[in-house]
Design a protein around this ligand. Structure first.
Ligand SMILES: Nc1ncnc2c1ncn2[C@@H]1O[C@H](COP(=O)(O)OP(=O)(O)OP(=O)(O)O)[C@@H](O)[C@H]1O
Ligand SMILES: [Mg+2]
Length: 233
């Protein structure tokens, strides 16, 4: 499903170069729950941006569902982002002037769905995150954890094949962060593929597989402790 082969992302700064990704190969199958973990500046977001078709590598090939991303036009990339991927960000990225229902409907508008279908899918998605009784509220009227749940609902509404989450718990207190993680685990149980980016080892262990990145290189790729111990996720 996600297939990175020998990916380099190199930024040139005067005479020196920064290897944000330095020969990364990574394969992620349908239904996996992978945490990409590493320190600040290790290349996590660069990696996620390439997986999310938000950026292209300097060299190497990236295939998403068998399609070589480098062959896509910008319009086609945007279409893949909208139809195949669901994004969750640290700062939720909700639109303050839109109510919850409108926020969740937004990506479905870009997909060209008619209003009735948008409405149905958005309601269903807000039901899944337990916020269907607040659809007319605005983001500022919610707690951080609730806002992140809305952003999860937005990511899920179009039934994407992959959910990409970059530090989804970074702005939350640890209790609320754990609730969001519990929710991601549940989504994975239901068959969603999840790629979670974090600098926090404890959070990474909640995934099933841990890929550790350092200076743009993968230095470790193993099952998480809970899987190693045979514990139920
Ligand atoms: N547009 C850019 N121009 C130059 N250098 C960049 C650019 N984007 C990222 N980098 C560099 O690439 C490296 C990897 O950055 P990246 O954002 O992927 O790190 P990260 O692991 O996500 O860090 P953090 O945990 O702080 O978000 C860093 O050294 C960063 O300074
Ligand atoms: Mg980052």
């Amino acid at each position: 499903m996600i297939d990175l082969k020998d990916i380099y992302k190199i930024y040139v700064d005067g005479d020196s170069e920064i290897r944000a990704l330095d020969g990364v190969s990574l394969h992620i199958d349908k239904g996996e729950f992978v945490a990409i973990v590493g320190q600040s500046g290790s290349g996590k977001s660069t990696c996620m941006n390439i997986i999310g078709c938000l950026d292209v590598p300097t060299s190497g090939t990236y295939k998403l569902n068998g399609i070589d991303a480098s062959t896509l036009t910008e319009d086609e990339q945007a279409q893949i982002r909208n139809q195949t991927l669901g994004f969750i960000f640290q700062q939720y990225n909700l639109i303050p002037k839109l109510n919850l229902l409108e926020n969740v409907e937004l990506p479905l508008i870009y997909r060209g769905y008619p209003q009735k279908k948008r409405h149905e899918l958005a309601i269903k998605s807000l039901e899944r995150v337990g916020l269907v009784d607040r659809i007319k509220k605005f983001p500022s009227q919610l707690s951080g954890g609730q806002q992140q749940r809305v952003s999860i609902a937005r990511a899920l509404a179009g039934n994407p094949s992959v959910i990409l989450a970059d530090e989804p718990t970074g702005a939350l207190d640890s209790k609320t962060g754990l609730e969001v993680l519990k929710f991601l685990k549940q989504l994975n149980k239901e068959g969603n593929t999840i790629v979670l980016i974090t600098h926090d080892n404890g959070i990474a262990e909640q995934a099933k597989r841990i890929v550790r990145i350092q200076d743009g290189k993968i230095i470790e790729d193993r099952p998480s402790q809970s899987v190693q111990q045979g514990g139920l996720q």
